[in-house]
Design a protein. Structure first.
Length: 171
């Protein structure tokens, strides 16, 4: 089971159920909840610009978390990437970043935007698109796509609401 998100440029991202469940578990529901986040692991299907978001890392002891910020450890993220790349025979790789915001309509901060520009300029992702997901409250997700051959500016966005109850019934 997965959620399919279509972007206006024709890019399609399928988000696997297990990924959505992880997102839900880190929603900042309480006043004291800290931001969580990690990296996105994906694979590209044979079709043009069709991706599957198959795994996401979750916060580690090395990450820094506050109410309004999340800074992930490069070391634990790299280990996660290497593990998935090896186990998938080189098919799954780094696809972008995710983190939570304590708001119902999440949108990227300037720090979020500069992170994506940095990823693109470092050529960190082997894919032609880099994805940013911000997990809001009450099942809201912000998805932003940047072209990895471009300037790293998030050019296309989608805001969706995930019906987690419905997902659970389907399992």
């Amino acid at each position: 089971l997965m959620l399919t998100v279509s972007f206006s440029d024709g890019t399609i991202v399928d988000i696997e159920d297990g990924v959505l469940t992880k997102f839900q578990s880190f929603e900042q529901k309480q006043m004291w909840s800290k931001e969580a986040g990690g990296i996105l692991i994906g694979k590209k299907l044979m079709d043009d610009e069709h991706y599957v978001l198959s795994a996401v890392s979750t916060p580690t002891k090395q990450d820094r978390r506050t109410r309004y910020s999340f800074t992930r450890s490069k070391q634990s993220a790299q280990q996660y990437i290497n593990k998935h790349w090896t186990e998938s025979g080189g098919i799954e790789n780094y696809f972008g970043e995710w983190h939570t915001h304590p708001e119902i309509k999440p949108s990227p901060s300037n720090i979020d935007k500069s992170l994506i520009r940095q990823i693109v300029s470092d050529k960190s992702s082997p894919f032609s698109k880099v994805l940013l997901i911000i997990v809001g409250q009450k099942g809201t997700l912000y998805l932003g796509l940047a072209d990895s051959q471009g300037t790293g500016v998030i050019s296309i966005t989608q805001e969706i609401e995930v019906d987690y109850e419905h997902l659970r019934i389907k399992e």
